[in-house]
Design a protein around this ligand. Sequence first.
Ligand code: XUL
Ligand code: CO
Length: 441
Amino acid sequence: MFFDEVTEPIAYEGPESDNPLAFRWYDADRVVGERTMRDHLRMATCYWHSFNWPGDDVFGAGTFDRPWLDGSQDPMTAARAKMAAAFEFFDKLGTPFYSFHDYDMAPEEESFAKSCANLDALADEAAEYMEDTGVKLLWGTANLFSHPRYAAGAATNPDPEVFARAAAQVRHAMDVTHRLGGANYVLWGGREGYETILNTDLRREGEQLARFLHMVAEYKHDIGFTGTLLLEPKPQEPTKHQYDHDVATVYGFLVRHGLEDEYGVNIEGNHATLAGHDFVHEVATAVETGIFGSIDANTGDDRLGWDTDQFPKSVETLSLVTYHILKGGGFDTGGFMFDTKLRRQSLDRTDLFHGHVLGMDTLAKSLLVAQAMLDDSALDDVLAERYAGWDDELGASILAGDHGLASLSDHVVDHDLDPAPVSGRQEALEGLVNRYVERVA
Ligand code: XUL
Ligand code: CO
């Protein structure tokens, strides 16, 4: 046992509870609309920040109490201890899913074949833990950004041998994800971008990335993997210009290369704000373009311009995000995955519970707010009224293609058109959303 301070699974105690290790809003079996909270939110814990990261940063060493990371152990023994800790945590916390990168779970060796053997052995053990605990895999992925070979990119590397190495690694990570019944497979192109245009051929790198993504989609069908392939946008960090900048950029790339039916997006809150967008903008754009897939639930800091990956804590922000997800029909294979890090001073193992309880309660309360807004169709009514003209004769005939500039010009002159501006009522709508947040129960 690694989490001795938490002797029982975290339980729902209701909003009045002052127990920091209880849920005040996440009541897994509560039915909201047509699904239980568990099935709506499909929450997942990540392996990397929670179990691999020792709490180091660019200025200092690890601060966390994580005995399974003790470097004096044999790497496979350490990996097994880490897995035991991870599944003990998932089970006590009650997130129904988890996610991992290949080399979070298994130590990477110099030889690729040995790295694969390590991962195969550990994945077999993960399958047993999954069977015993009922925890499922939301998504798997390959780490194509940590090893120095990927410094200049994986698929977008100037060296085709690096492309080949990345392809081999993704193939194996997909095999393992498939074997473990993963609901999705994610590609985050952390090094698929560039530092300086002086050494970069944008056209070639774009073509390489497209070829890579076609190969991944073909392989998915070859092995009969039925999960969803997801790209995770991020504008920068670690590269200066990352190609998958935001949802709209990814959508344009997919359409340009005939890949839009094969891929969706995994939208991360902190990546959205790094791209200069509201989180909800990215979700709404993905729903609108039909590529919404999954969420990396986290938040940045208002004043820091990097990926701080903090636990989500704003019900206001997440209510709008969840509202747009519900409006789009809710999650299909995706879910809310906590791609979240504790602050470096949150040293104790129990802090991992505090972070996740904060995030899970924030999402649960947001779900209730979102469902209430949806049930009352308060925001939808505003939209219907605002755009009503487009359903009337003039709007409908413009959209039907019945007009050109000349005929519209005649229409303006004939009717002496002088349309009056109408209030957008932003503050009234912000107050409306606040009332839903205040009244949720
Ligand atoms: C990095 C990031 C990754 C991806 C998976 O910013 O979000 O953890 O989610 O590679
Ligand atoms: Co992420």
